[in-house]
Design a protein around this ligand. Structure first.
Ligand code: SF4
Ligand code: SF4
Ligand code: SF4
Length: 262
């Protein structure tokens, strides 16, 4: 944090976008029932998806998207200097999510595929999470974020509290809902190692967990891998499971590492 937020004026929020689909920003706009109350407490200084006015005067920076260009890193450093609080929005920003799939290919090949013969005009990097570049005060997890969690975390931060983040895995919420386990439905599932907080929404609707909220505290990765192996998944399949949302740590550190959102 860069110092206290003034209580004499409404804190000013700024929403920034790096490499992402803008789905997490849309979740903020989906807070239809809460937005009026929220706007009594805060004002938006910058939010490209929602308003045309811009300002560099803000207290809280909400950052959606992964770092994929040198220019993103410079932008983040400026944001960090200006903001008292920096909060990531969604799995693209932490643990890096879908943009991290870029890291599974040779960077020059990716640049050529996207920009063709003009690739040198668009300098690019491997995808990184925001906290690989600047210190972050809180993460709002998920792909996309859930609007209730957004309101809960922003409110907690504004009153100076550390937002509550579950330390346990999705399986806990899933068991409490008495769902039939995905493994008993012929699927595989990353619920045993993924941070809870979504109410196990995917298994509850007949799917399974893909790991979008990143790893839970102290995830038992060897045991989760052994389970996937037991269910007939090859080492490549297992790698692909983790790469989908946790690829930055899988690939950058040469193995599955428990980098978690504290
Ligand atoms: S986390 Fe998911 S919904 Fe949010 S910006 Fe990234 S891809 Fe879109
Ligand atoms: S479906 Fe997934 S999250 Fe639910 S209990 Fe089974 S492994 Fe855990
Ligand atoms: S169940 Fe897994 S993939 Fe689905 S929202 Fe929760 S953490 Fe994300």
């Amino acid at each position: 944090m860069n110092g206290p937020i003034s209580v004499l004026k409404r804190p000013r929020l700024a929403v920034f976008e790096l490499a992402s689909c803008a789905g997490c920003q849309l979740q903020i706009l989906n807070c239809e029932d809460e937005l009026i109350d929220l706007l009594r407490l805060v004002e938006f200084a910058y939010f490209k998806e929602a308003m045309s006015e811009t300002s560099d005067d803000y207290d809280v920076a909400l950052i959606e998207g992964a770092v994929t260009r040198p220019a993103d890193e410079e932008k983040l450093r400026v944001i960090r200097e200006r903001a008292s609080l920096v909060v990531t929005l969604g799995s693209c920003a932490f643990p890096v999510g879908i943009p991290g799939l870029k890291n599974t290919h040779d960077l020059a090949e990716v640049e050529k595929l996207v920009y063709g013969d003009h690739a040198e005009l668009f300098p690019s990097t491997q995808a990184k999470p925001v906290d690989a570049v600047i210190p972050v005060d809180a993460h709002i997890l998920g792909c996309p974020i859930h609007k209730d969690e957004f309101v809960r975390i922003v409110t907690a931060l504004l009153i100076g509290k550390r937002p509550p983040v579950p330390t346990y895995p999705v399986c806990v919420e899933c068991r409490l809902k008495e769902n039939v386990c995905a493994y008993d439905r012929g699927l595989v599932c990353l619920g045993p190692v993924t941070r809870a907080g979504c109410g196990a929404i995917c298994p509850s609707y007949g799917s399974r967990c893909f790991g979008c909220r990143g790893l839970a505290d102290d995830p038992n990765l060897p045991s989760a891998e052994a389970l996937l192996e037991e269910k007939g998944r090859s080492p490549e399949d297992i790698r692909a499971e983790y790469v989908l949302y946790n690829g930055y740590y899988t690939l950058a550190e040469g193995g599955l590492k428990a980098k978690v959102a504290k």
